[in-house]
Every structure is written in C-alpha cells, then in structure tokens.
Design a protein around this ligand. Structure first.
Ligand SMILES: *[C@@H]1O[C@H](CO)[C@@H](O)[C@H](O)[C@H]1NC(C)=O
Ligand SMILES: *[C@@H]1O[C@H](CO)[C@@H](O)[C@H](O)[C@H]1NC(C)=O
Ligand SMILES: *[C@@H]1O[C@H](CO)[C@@H](O)[C@H](O)[C@H]1NC(C)=O
Ligand SMILES: *[C@@H]1O[C@H](CO)[C@@H](O)[C@H](O)[C@H]1NC(C)=O
Ligand SMILES: *[C@@H]1O[C@H](CO)[C@@H](O)[C@H](O)[C@H]1NC(C)=O
Ligand SMILES: *[C@@H]1O[C@H](CO)[C@@H](O)[C@H](O)[C@H]1NC(C)=O
Ligand SMILES: *[C@@H]1O[C@H](CO)[C@@H](O)[C@H](O)[C@H]1NC(C)=O
Ligand SMILES: *[C@@H]1O[C@H](CO)[C@@H](O)[C@H](O)[C@H]1NC(C)=O
Ligand SMILES: *[C@@H]1O[C@H](CO)[C@@H](O)[C@H](O)[C@H]1NC(C)=O
Length: 590
C-alpha cells in the first residue's frame, strides 16, 4: 500500500511542461481512496479518454470494490498497453463504479411546512405563490448520506455528515461551504429552524474532524476551504431563534474554524504607513483539481508556466468562491496568468471582520464569557482599522483588492467590493461610506442593467464576470445598503432588491426553474453562461436569496408596477450638493 502510494504520487506529478515539484493533494492522512479520487492513473486515464463531459462526474462515483482491488484490476488490465482503449476503459468504469450520486438519498427537510407564516405575509399574490413554490423546492434539494458511506467510507468520495442537508443542485450534489450561508437564510425565511440547525451541525462535524470546513463535502475538496461563512450562519440562526443552548454548543467549533484562517491564511502587507496582517486565500494543492481535471490539464497545456504553481493558483481561486474571474488574472484577460495568491481580497477580509464581531457578540450573550468577548472585540477593532488602511482608496472612494506583486490596488470594478458594507466592517459614524460605494458602483455603470448588478463589467467569458449577476453578491450589495445609516441608501437597497427579484421572477416564469447565476442584460433575462461547466438549475443560494428578500420587503415589493428604478434614481446623489443634502437629515437624526 505504501509503495503503491509513493509510485502513484510520482505519477500524479503529471507535469506537462517538464516541471517537477512535491505534490500536494488530498492524501492518506485524510482519506484512504486518494489514489482514486484525488490523483492516480485511473483518474488520469478517464479524463484523457474524455469519458465524461463534466470532469466532476467520475470523482463522484462510488466504488464497488475497495480502492486497492480497483487499482490492481486497473493495472492488470491496462499496464503497459500504451494508449488506453476508451471502450475498454468505459467498461472498466461501469464494472467498478456506481453512478455519480448513488450514495445520496432524497429527504424531506426537518420542519418543512407548505405554508410557513413568514412567507404567507408576502402581500403580492404572484410573489407569494413563487415563494411557496421555492419553499417546496427545499424538498427536492434535500439529501442525506446513505448508510453505505458510514460503513465503507473508503468506497466513496463523499465525506460522511451526520444530518440531512440542502444541496445547491445540478452537478453540485453534496454540501458546499459558503453557499450554505444563503441556504440557511432561506431556510430561516421558510421557518425551517430544525433543518438549519442540522446544517450547522454538519459544518461543526467537518471542523471537529478536519480542523476546517472544506470547499464541499468530498475528499477531493480537502485541500481548500471557501469564504468563511460558518460563524455568520451561526449568527443568523441565533438571531432568528435566540436558541442559546444550541448555539453555545457550536462556539468551540466556531473558534476552531477561525483559527484555521489565522494559522494558514494570513499575510503581512507592508505599506509606507505601517505593517498590517490580513488574510488571503491560499490552497496548498498543486495538482489539477480532480473535479476539473481536463480543464486544468488544458490550462497547463496552454502555457509555459510551471504547472504546480498554476494549479495551486487555480485551486486557490476555487477557495475564493469566484472561480473564475478576471479579478484574479495578472493581465485581466487570460486564465493562464492567474495569480490569486498575490491578491489580498477585500471580501475575505470583510468576512473575517464580521466573524470577529459576531464572536464578540456571541461570547458576550451566549458564551457568557466577557474575557473572550473583549479579546475578540480588540481583534475586531484592529482588523477593521487594518482593512480601512490597506483597502480604502481615497481617490476611487472604494475598498479595492491589494495586489502584493504590484504593491497597489486593483482599480477594476467587481461587485464583491461591497462586502465591507454587508459585513458592517466600517465605523458606523462614518456614515458617508455607503454613499461613496454607491457612487463608485454608479461610476462603473453597475446599476444600468435590467435584472441586477453584474459581477464585473468585463465580458471575459468567465462565469464570474459580465454579463453574469450572482444572487448572493446582489444580496450582499442590497443588504449592505439596507443596513447602512443612510435612508437614501436604504431606498436604493429596495430598488435593487426589486430589480433582482423581478429579473429572477421573469426567468422562473418562463422556465419554471431557478439558476445559479443570471444574465443581467436585456429585457428577457436568461440564466447566465460562461465558465467551465454548464449553468446549473436548483438552486440553493438563489432560492435562499429570493426568500430572504421577499420576507424582508414582503409588505411592499411587487412583481410589476411603477416603483422607481435604481438607474433612474441616484442622479441626485452624485452631485456634491446632493451629498450635503443627504447629510443633513443624518445630523438631525443624531
Ligand atoms: C484508513 O483505513 C484504516 C483501516 O481501515 C483506518 O484505520 C483509517 O482511519 C483510515 N484513514 C482515514 C483517513 O480514513
Ligand atoms: C457530451 O457533450 C456532447 C456535445 O455537447 C453531447 O452530444 C453528448 O451527448 C454528451 N455526452 C454525455 C455523456 O453527456
Ligand atoms: C503496473 O505497473 C506498475 C509500475 O508502473 C507496477 O508497480 C505494477 O506492479 C504493475 N502491475 C501489474 C499488474 O503488472
Ligand atoms: C450499498 O452497498 C451495497 C453493497 O455494496 C450495494 O448493493 C447498494 O447498491 C449500495 N447502496 C447505495 C445506496 O449505495
Ligand atoms: C434549539 O435548537 C435545537 C436544534 O434545532 C432544538 O433541538 C431545541 O429544541 C432548540 N431549543 C429551543 C429552546 O428552541
Ligand atoms: C495538449 O496539447 C497537445 C498538443 O498541442 C494536444 O495534443 C493535447 O490534446 C493537449 N492536452 C490537453 C489536455 O488539452
Ligand atoms: C488609488 O487609486 C488611484 C486611482 O485609481 C491610483 O492611482 C492609486 O495608485 C491607488 N492607490 C493605491 C495605494 O493603489
Ligand atoms: C460577450 O462576448 C461574447 C463573445 O465575444 C459575445 O458573443 C457576447 O454577445 C458578449 N455579451 C455581451 C452581453 O456583450
Ligand atoms: C408569466 O408568464 C405568462 C405566460 O407564460 C405571462 O402571461 C405573464 O405575463 C408572465 N408574468 C410576468 C410577471 O412576467
């Protein structure tokens, strides 16, 4: 076993450009089937033979026999045969694997009710019917792990979790990390508190076993995480239920999760005015992502760049949640210049900021531990200050990613730059911040599209760029303005919410489906496109965002009608006089 492991590792160095490096992938320390699902000859052969259109399908297929037997059978049949016959290989796969998703069972989520009270308060008839429809969809997206996985974890890439969960949908057939924040928001809108609690317990179980939360619930995701939203999920659950006894049991895992980011994801930024410790994404994995094996091989093939470094940046980008976007490309054009490890991102640092503030709050009122609460408060204040010092660009009037290679901000517009508003990571007395960010977005024409805010204004054919708009990012922008101190910005939040809801509704009305992303351009909005896989239906976070917005604005949001649009409004905000006019009511209120 050890010998085979070393041999297979050598094979996994798959260097298309003749570079060698010490391979880091999911391995025997976290899974016994890494040579099937994370690297090894079978994974390579299946992808080279192009047996599946979507690279992810193969690595989601459970084994019929133990990994050693499977590898031995493969070697016996294919060793030294030169080019592998795809027909024989397909037969081998059929004989040795179950179909993708075989290890997951459908379920009814706990606490499901066809007419939850909060959704019944939505005034507009069409929107209320839609909300009830989406409430139903939770049952279609509910999964639990079959007993076989518990009995024989080595036969599965799926990582066992104790409770049922909501999946995003489509090819995303397992639990994901940051999606879950918006799924939990939606479950809370649907008053499915027990289902939300069980999701939290699953994330706790990852932390207890691995010391962090993987990108998704498969062994091949064990070398990377995703934006840290576990603590915000706990906070939302607490706010909705005030369930002190339950939340108290999660606090140790919340601290452990933050500790992962503190230990493995910090970076020092030296600026003329001081040195600052901030956070960046940084996966150690330096092999093709198993679920995107063909794509990562092709990318490596298209450049002379060292493959391990390239693959490590690709895996790191998957950790950001935004795979892929020109935001991470050195030349702002091509994937092969990806340099995510050089980017200190505004949004990650905002999430950490929020985590610190939430822990301050929860240790005070749930943990009853004022010493810890004070420690987190101190860290929160320091981090919030660092975030302003490193990211806020006075000329642009916006928080901008900091590039370590260029030692400068990236001035390009990305919708995720609103994250400090969403996470309250600025001083509340600094009440002009929301207006400044609004102006920055407006200058970049972010509000000029029919169905929402696009992720960027660069049409790159990457899925995290124009013309795609994403539910959770639109939600962060809306919530950022809604939670601000400015009544005008709160109205803009409502206008943006109306736009997003109507855009999604039109697509739903035409297709009867929700999607992971939307094309925000044009009168008849389409599901989005671009990227390395087809647009997916379902869809967990999109449904969660709509349900949350419909509950927040249920008393006044409508499917059609003459509400002002954001593009039309806001003109008054750009002029200096308008700004002063905005400030006056705030002073009066204070
Ligand atoms: C691998 O299998 C062995 C023997 O069944 C087991 O003791 C060990 O815990 C497993 N390791 C992992 C990481 O699952
Ligand atoms: C793969 O994609 C091609 C072209 O889109 C399609 O014709 C074919 O049916 C697909 N194969 C599978 C197995 O889905
Ligand atoms: C297949 O090749 C590997 C090395 O490439 C060797 O270790 C193994 O014994 C061979 N297996 C069989 C069944 O011939
Ligand atoms: C569970 O394992 C048994 C025996 O390997 C197999 O027949 C069955 O199809 C598996 N069921 C699931 C849901 O994976
Ligand atoms: C707290 O949440 C847990 C898990 O959902 C539940 O079992 C318990 O009854 C809740 N307690 C209260 C007081 O609501
Ligand atoms: C890599 O490039 C070669 C020649 O340019 C081509 O034959 C091969 O199919 C490519 N491999 C991948 C994975 O794209
Ligand atoms: C702030 O933005 C301006 C204008 O885009 C740019 O010239 C300047 O370099 C930026 N500051 C930093 C620290 O990057
Ligand atoms: C984006 O670019 C593609 C390819 O150049 C083009 O087909 C498409 O129309 C563009 N989309 C928009 C909304 O401009
Ligand atoms: C929904 O679609 C129907 C036709 O399928 C159309 O009559 C109706 O106007 C649409 N509603 C909205 C709000 O777009």
């Amino acid at each position: 076993m050890i010998l085979r492991f070393i041999l297979a590792l050598a094979v996994t160095a798959l260097s298309v450009n003749g570079w060698t490096c010490n391979v880091v992938m999911c391995d025997h320390t976290n899974t016994n089937n890494s040579q099937i699902y994370c690297g090894g000859d079978i994974l390579k052969a299946v992808n080279e033979a192009n047996l599946f259109n979507d690279s992810k399908e193969f690595v989601d297929m459970p084994l019929k026999f133990d990994p050693d037997t499977t590898i031995a059978d493969f070697e016996a049949e294919f060793n030294g045969t030169g080019k592998i016959d795809p027909v024989k290989l397909q037969k081998f796969v059929n004989d040795h694997f179950y179909p993708a998703g075989h290890e997951l069972e459908q379920c009814v989520p706990a606490g499901y009710s066809p007419k939850p009270g909060k959704l019944m308060t939505i005034v507009d008839d069409s929107l209320r019917d839609w909300a009830l429809n989406l409430n139903n969809v939770w049952s279609h997206l509910c999964r639990k792990v079959s007993d076989n996985v518990t009995l024989h974890p080595e036969l599965h890439s799926l990582i066992e979790v104790p409770h049922e969960f909501i999946i995003p949908g489509g090819r995303f057939r397992e639990p994901y990390y940051w999606d879950a924040y918006w799924i939990v928001k939606g479950l809370l809108a649907s008053e499915m508190y027990e289902a939300a609690a069980r999701m939290l317990l699953n994330y706790k179980s990852y932390v207890d076993r691995f010391g962090f939360i993987p990108n998704g619930g498969r062994v091949y995701y064990l070398q990377r995480s995703q934006p840290p939203m576990y603590i915000p999920m706990i906070y939302e659950f607490y706010e909705a239920t005030k369930n002190v006894s339950f939340v108290r049991k999660l606090l140790a895992s919340a601290e452990a999760e933050l500790n992962f980011w503190d230990t493995h994801r910090t970076v020092d930024v030296s600026l003329p005015h001081g040195d600052y410790t901030l956070y960046r994404y940084n996966s150690a994995s330096n092999v093709p992502r198993p679920e995107a094996f063909k794509e990562d091989m092709a990318t490596a093939n298209a450049t002379d760049r060292q493959s391990c470094d390239l693959w490590s940046n690709l895996a790191t980008t998957a950790e950001t949640g935004y795979d892929f976007s020109t935001r991470w490309f050195a030349d702002k054009k091509s994937l092969v210049t990806i340099e995510t490890k050089n980017v200190v991102p505004v949004d990650l640092n905002s999430f950490i900021c929020w985590n610190l503030e939430i822990l301050t709050f929860l240790f005070e009122y749930v943990g009853m531990d004022t010493v810890k609460s004070d420690q987190y408060r101190q860290r929160y204040i320091t981090h919030r200050r660092n975030l302003q010092k490193v990211f806020f660009n006075e000329t642009e009037g916006a928080w901008l990613d900091y590039n370590l290679r260029e030692k400068a901000h990236n001035p390009t517009f990305y919708a995720s730059l609103a994250a400090p508003l969403f996470t309250n990571c600025y001083e509340k007395l600094d009440s002009n911040k929301a207006v400044q960010i609004y102006d920055f977005f407006k200058r970049h024409k972010a509000f000029e599209f029919t169905s929402g805010v696009p992720q960027s204004t660069i049409n790159s054919s990457q899925q995290w760029d124009f013309p795609n708009g994403w539910s959770h990012v639109n939600h962060m922008i809306i919530e950022g303005f809604r939670k601000s101190n400015s009544p005008q910005m709160q109205e803009e939040a409502f206008a943006l919410a109306t736009k997003w809801v109507r855009g999604n509704y039109k697509v739903f009305n035409a297709t009867k489906h929700m999607y992971e992303k939307y094309d925000v351009v044009g009168d008849i909005p389409q599901p989005g496109a671009g990227g390395e896989y087809n647009v997916q239906e379902g869809f967990g976070w999109s449904n969660g965002v709509i349900l949350d917005l419909l509950v927040t604005y249920g008393d006044r949001i409508s499917v059609s009608g003459g509400d002002k649009t954001t593009a039309a409004a806001g003109a008054y905000i750009s002029s200096g006089l308008g700004l002063i006019a905005l400030m006056i009511p705030m002073f009066l209120r204070a």
